[in-house]
Design a protein around this ligand. Sequence first.
Ligand code: SF4
Ligand code: FES
Length: 246
Amino acid sequence: MKLTLKVWRQNGENDKGRFESYQLEASEHMSFLEMMDVLNEQLIAKKEVPVAFEHDCREGICGACSLVINGRPHGPMSGTTTCQLHMRHFKDGETIVIEPFRAKAFPVIKDLVVDRSSFDHIIQAGGYVSVNTGQAPDANDILIEKNVAAKAMDAAACIGCGACVAACPNASAMLFTSAKVSHLAHLPQGQVERRRRVSAMIDQMDEEGFGMCSNTYACEAECPKEISVLNISKMNREYLNANLTS
Ligand code: SF4
Ligand code: FES
């Protein structure tokens, strides 16, 4: 495949940034990130600065990969992370535009790498269960109904990538935050801190500069783990309940 890549290059938060064009030959059997590796090998061979982009597991698990490809976070395939996207989904001769996730709360560190520590701050505010850990309890010690476990598991599938924020016209983090709140609110282990958790996480979300949800559902459409917006309604109910009863 002969490709033209238009890649966003930016030297840190205060640089204006610009698109640079590169010509590249890639195989349709490569993953998108392997194609980016080929680009960087070419740049290094020419003694040019390689493109900074994030990745870790390359298996759709860690949430590190974070590219906007042709205007869509994680590219054109639904339910697919950038690292699981393959070049066979692009055409020979195509021009591919590659940008970072754009949001006020995700400042650009370099090129395609953004700082997503605002998500860490939301988790630190309450996305955990406080327990005195010891030996791991037997899996069947706490019985949980199958349908409840399934709902919790669906919400727990969120990998914290931030595509929902990048897709949202308001750069809202409601889908991410609601997935974490909903996951723990469904489980018996999450009950003790349930009211404090939802208030603290929503307060932190606002403090980090994320926008409000305006029900466009762009987050759900672009989420690589297909997290449902029903989690947002669940979080709103949790928040109301916490405020009425605290
Ligand atoms: S809700 Fe989806 S898009 Fe948002 S952080 Fe979680 S996995 Fe990524
Ligand atoms: S690199 Fe881990 S999810 Fe893509």
